[in-house]
Design a protein around this ligand. Sequence first.
Ligand code: FPP
Length: 245
Amino acid sequence: MFFNKKNKNEIDLTRLPQHIGVIMDGNGRWARRRGLPRSAGHSAGADALKKIITEANNLGVKYITVYAFSTENWKRPKEEVDYLMSLLLDYLRNAEKTLAGENVVIRAIGSRKELSQEIRDQIIKTEEFTKNNTGIVMNIALNYGAREEITNAVREICEDVKNGKTDIDSITDKMVENHLYTKGQPDVDLLIRTSGEQRLSNFMLWQVSYAEMWFTNKLWPDFKPKHLRQAIYDFQNRGRRFGGV
Ligand code: FPP
């Protein structure tokens, strides 16, 4: 049973999750069930995403991170990788007009060096264009992998130790956080994964340490604002103890 508009008031807007992570899974299956190419599933997935960002922003959620392309996704057929990259490029370009108009701050997290020059340039442009907005911060995880992110943090901290900028005894979890792509942002407190899979797939392993996990069998292109509201409602009705009693 999912919420419709009239149940919107059931969500306590004073206790929203601060940061929602979303693993948008099931685009391929959505397309296959319709006899369509996988690209059609990704395209429908991009449309679904736009509505979810608008809804999260309107509710007042401060941060959302969506898993658009993982460091492992390069293993997919070249045709699919190329399609996803062109979709991302379009999404970033259009976001300048649409999501920016909705006051969304758009950022890309992940390793940029493997991305095409065109996408890298567009990321810089879109980030620059939206950076002074005051609405939701949307991190697009693009060529993102949590192990790469953490390994990178370790490398940077080791460099600082080597150069005498810090010493080993001063290393804290806060310091590690300051070397992650999400530096300065709150931890993810609600993690949503669609399509019935229940795993993390190298997504924000550090940031989800205390996140509530919310899974649904819905395939990503079928995931609607009412499902987001349901996830938030469920989140608000769970007991979070952070290791305490
Ligand atoms: C997983 O579904 C989804 C992806 C690997 C890509 C996610 C991309 C989008 C939702 C659209 C583009 C995003 C942006 C930001 C424009 P899958 O292909 O693994 O589905 P399957 O498991 O059913 O095959």
